[in-house]
Write a protein that binds this ligand. Structure first.
Ligand code: MN
Length: 501
């Protein structure tokens, strides 16, 4: 996964010289206490670094230029401790190229009724200072996250922590290398898209490789390495009898182990963080990489089937943002429906490639025929997903912009066993219900592929979309299809005009 140990978030406090040096010294002290409080909260995955209070346009410009140039700084938290006349911020905000948020808090939580005087007021002006700052951000059409509440409140700390995670995801997105083995599945529309635009918007470096490049790596894997990895499989999974040494399909499992080792080396050597495969492009491979793709996803790599590089990169970013959080994330496909009017639900799966990070129980390792592609029967992990709150996230290319669509879900227990279905799966209820949720998704042009996550909530993705300045729509519990259709139409106009704003 991404090495986050050197990443930092800077804490920048806005003020002005109006209040005199004594007050400003106190502002520095109060700010550093907030920084200490945030760091001690355990809610932030990286360290927040206190920066001295800024009081002039030059100081603001300098800190923003420094933050933009600093490799380890992934974003800044801005706080208007006192009134900080916002024309002072124009130069700095124009120069700032890192994500930033506006923490709208004040040092003291409660109004000191019997003590409040003008000295207190000099130190507690966020209520109006934050509004002055908000105006210039709005006037400059700046996308930023606003979090409101007392800095010691756990909910506020969690929101700041979530924002920090989106900044980590954004940092990971810059220069994210995606290896495409082969091209997209032939004639498929939704997995296509503008890779140059994706690099401009998200920083993704998406390049294709011939299968021969991977085959060279596969040929170099030794039997001893395969033996070693196979032992790991026996420890981690319930391996089917016919897949064990001496069994009919043991060799098929060893083939996937070879793929896993080779793929991992290819990714490490090229510093790739996501990859795609395509069952139509497997020259030199005897199986579609199933188990191998599943295991690489579990190790933190993004994956997209049928050449779907958009979901591959998105999955990688979702995994980076959610590292250390409860709940896994996987490549996913709307597989088939359960259309009982009393209990409508979706079975999500893929022909092989679902990440075991979402598994509720120990996965089974089996070899079964694939049915398409004309290759050998591939080894794969079979399991059912953990239940709970989840969402599907997908990205499509609308021609003049990328659109991200989120649909929140309740993942539930399957209604029965599926002994003849040899794939990993998740069973969910779509919000607001299957008919409206699926209709809205289809009106929005959402693909059958998505990134399924039990870890993140829609706000993470919304913030990410804002960093990239692309369209974001959500289908949730309150979605009404006629309103949603209007939103899509309004967005159409907005994205025609947005370049002029
Ligand atoms: Mn597919």
């Amino acid at each position: 996964m991404t090495d986050i140990k050197d990443m930092k978030v800077w804490f920048v406090t806005g003020s002005q010289h109006l209040y005199g040096p004594k007050t400003l010294q106190q502002v520095d002290v109060d700010s550093s206490k907030i920084v200490d409080g945030l760091n001690a909260s355990g809610k932030l995955p990286v360290e927040v670094v206190f920066k001295p209070v800024v009081k002039t346009p030059d100081e603001i410009l300098n800190i923003c230029v420094e933050a933009s140039a600093d490799k380890n700084c992934i974003g800044i938290i801005t706080w208007m401790h006192t009134f900080s006349p916002a024309k002072m911020w124009i130069g700095g905000l124009k120069a700032l190229s890192k994500p930033y948020m506006h923490l709208h808090t004040q040092f003291n939580r409660d109004l000191p009724w019997s003590e409040i005087d003008m000295d207190y007021m000099n130190l507690h002006q966020s209520a109006h200072g934050g509004r002055e700052y908000g105006f210039i951000n709005a006037r400059m059409r700046k996308n930023r996250k606003v979090v409101v509440g007392h800095w010691q409140d756990e909910n506020v700390q969690t929101q700041v922590g979530n924002w920090v995670r989106t900044a980590i995801g954004w940092a990971d997105s810059q220069g994210l290398k995606v290896a495409r083995f082969g091209d997209n599945m032939r004639e498929v529309a939704v997995t296509e898209g503008d890779k140059v635009e994706a690099q401009i918007k998200f920083g993704w470096q998406i390049n294709a490789y011939g299968l021969g490049d991977l085959v060279k790596y596969i040929d170099k894997v030794t039997d001893a390495e395969v033996d070693e990895l196979y032992k790991e499989y026996e420890q981690e999974y319930a391996v089917a009898e016919n897949c064990k040494p001496g069994g009919e399909y043991h060799e098929n499992v060893r083939v996937q182990a070879r793929y896993e080792i080779a793929l991992k080396r290819f990714m490490v050597d090229g510093n790739f963080k996501a990859f795609t495969t395509n069952f139509e492009n497997l020259t030199g491979l005897s199986q579609l990489p199933g188990l191998a793709s599943q295991r690489l996803m579990a190790a933190g790599y993004g994956f997209g089937a049928e050449g779907d590089w958009k979901q591959a990169a998105l999955l990688r970013i979702v995994k980076t943002m959610s590292e250390g959080m409860k709940g896994g994330s996987s490549f996913m496909e709307d597989y088939t429906y359960h259309l009982d009017p009393a209990n409508e639900a979706v079975l999500g799966a893929h022909m092989l490639e679902i990440c075991p990070s979402i598994a509720a129980k120990k996965p089974r390792l089996e070899v079964q025929p694939l049915g398409i592609g004309g290759k050998d029967a591939p080894a794969r992990l079979i399991f059912e997903s953990e239940t709970g709150d989840a969402m599907n996230v997908t990205m499509i290319d609308m021609g003049n912009r990328f659109r991200i669509i989120v649909n929140t879900l309740d993942v539930i227990e399957p209604l029965d066993t599926m002994p003849k279905l040899p794939v990993a799966s998740a069973f969910w209820k779509t919000h607001p219900n299957l008919a409206d949720g699926a209709a809205a998704w289809i009106y929005a042009g959402g693909t059958h592929h998505s990134v399924f996550t039990l870890a993140l909530t829609p706000d993470f993705i919304e913030t990410f979309a804002e960093y990239a300045d692309i369209e974001f729509v959500i289908i949730g519990k309150d979605t009404k299809v006629p309103e949603f259709k209007k939103e899509l139409k309004w967005n159409e106009v907005y994205y025609m005009l947005a370049k002029g704003l």
